[in-house]
Design a protein around this ligand. Structure first.
Ligand SMILES: [Zn+2]
Length: 452
């Protein structure tokens, strides 16, 4: 049996249903599960014996952040497609990807992205990248709870696979997940977008996913990019006389029994929102990417009031340029206030919930992670409060959303394992990884320069 005890915490931000915040606590984790949250002076504290201990004095404990839309291996392509819109970005990046992103390189990029995420307190990522097995292997090696599945494109994508091979990859995915191991995640499927896959493809993919769920007994998840900018909507209107959401709805993608996460969802109209309310739907809101690519501003209030769950994402490193969930939380709150003209929209509590428990629920993992409660899996983050920008503490949620950052994260647990200790990965040889990333990155840059 493995036990981790986090002693004498100054603050415990539970993100439970009442947003309870506790002081002076000790938290015990046994075999990956939170088994006790006690006053720091509890007598039980003495008999933890051989447990791994983390000194929580001066620190804040909270649930790990959930990144609801990203592309981890694009860490290797950071800065290679600047000052272009979504369509310009895709044209530039896809060619570079096709030239250099073989499975080994993808795995390396995923480890790099997962390491960046974990060091910054993000414990779960909903990822989308081709060579999904290599991506998963790379992220799990760093210690992430990593959600991914086969990506679909009409015609060979950067990986050169035909549609039938992608379907075969979906059927084989539960067995591959078992073989790779790592924290429990749903079987996911991720056609890239309605502008890269036909409606009948979407219908076929969800039908096969339902078979895979029935055979494997695992929970499932659907995700794709939807209405990221106006040009995307216009292109789909011209081609199909519909919106991306209408195409998904017709293809059997908006259903109560199968969670759906829409990447971006910036330009969802009133009709789209009404259709999406029929299903179990969340939007992975990526404000940093939307601002940088000038894609537009998501309407926080109208989505939330339509019954659509809101989570926070970073998007990939070629479009938002980092995987910093603290920045994304702050951008989400500020953007919602700027566009609504109201300082009470997207409160710090609401944004913090979006980046933790709401993201977990969007993935169907709300009973397992997303809050610090006895019985849940221990995906936990510690921040050192002994810093000028975090002292004194008055409003904890506002402190976390508007003042704290990834540099404040000291220790991270995923599924009960300490994967970051004293700001260092316990799993990754970081200098060796960075040397390999620099080497592969140089090849990606050469390929991108050839394209442009
Ligand atoms: Zn994306």
């Amino acid at each position: 049996m493995s036990r981790v005890v986090i002693t004498d915490l100054a603050l415990l931000v539970t993100v439970d249903d009442a947003d309870t915040i506790l002081t002076d606590r000790t938290v015990t984790v046994d075999d990956g599960v939170i088994t006790a949250v006690e006053p720091a002076s509890s007598p039980h504290d003495a008999d933890h014996g051989s447990a791994e201990r983390i000194d929580g004095r001066g620190k804040l404990l909270m649930p790990g952040l959930v990144n609801l839309h990203t592309h981890l291996p694009m860490t290797l392509l950071r800065g290679l497609a600047e000052d272009v819109d979504l369509q310009g970005f895709l044209a530039r990046v896809w060619k570079a990807e096709g030239a250099v992103m073989d499975p080994d390189t993808v795995e390396l990029g995923a480890t790099l992205g997962a390491l960046e995420s974990l060091l910054g307190g993000c414990t779960t990522q909903l990822d989308m990248y081709f060579h999904h097995e290599a991506t998963h292997r790379g992220a799990v090696a760093a210690g992430s709870r990593h959600v991914i599945g086969p990506v679909f494109f009409e015609g060979p994508g950067p990986d050169g696979l035909e549609w039938s091979a992608r379907l075969a990859g979906l059927r084989a995915w539960p067995a591959a997940l078992d073989e790779i191991g790592g924290p429990a995640v749903p079987v996911s499927v991720m056609p890239h977008a309605t502008y890269t896959c036909p409606p009948e493809g979407f219908a076929e993919v969800v039908a096969v996913l339902r078979e895979v769920i029935a055979e494997s007994g695992r929970p499932g998840l659907l995700t794709t990019h939807v209405s990221e900018n106006e040009a995307e909507n216009a292109g789909i209107r011209e081609r199909y006389d519909a919106t991306p959401t209408e195409l998904l709805h017709r293809s059997g993608w908006v259903e109560r029994d199968l969670p759906l996460v829409l990447g971006h969802g910036v330009h969802l109209g009133e009709g789209d929102r009404a259709l999406l309310a029929e299903g179990t739907v969340a939007v992975g809101h990526c404000p940093g990417s939307n601002l940088k690519l000038a894609s537009g501003a998501l309407n926080w209030t109208s989505l939330r009031d339509s019954g659509i769950r809101l989570g926070i994402g970073t998007d990939g490193c070629s479009s938002s340029n980092d995987l910093d969930m603290w920045q994304a939380m702050r951008q989400a709150a500020l953007l919602a206030r700027l566009t609504s003209g109201r300082p009470d929209v997207a409160s710090a509590h609401e944004v913090l919930r979006a980046a933790t428990i709401e993201g977990a629920r969007a993935l169907g993992l709300g009973a397992e992670i997303g809050s610090v409660e006895v019985g849940k899996r221990a995906d936990l983050v510690l921040l050192d409060l002994r810093a000028p920008h975090l002292t004194p503490v008055h409003d904890v949620a506002a402190l976390l959303v508007f003042a704290a950052g990834r540099g404040d994260v000291t220790d991270v647990l995923v599924d009960g394992e300490v994967v970051v200790r004293d700001r260092r990965s316990t799993r990754v040889d970081t200098p060796a990884l960075l040397a390999r990333a620099a080497e592969r990155g140089a090849l990606a840059r050469a390929a991108a320069e050839e394209v442009s």
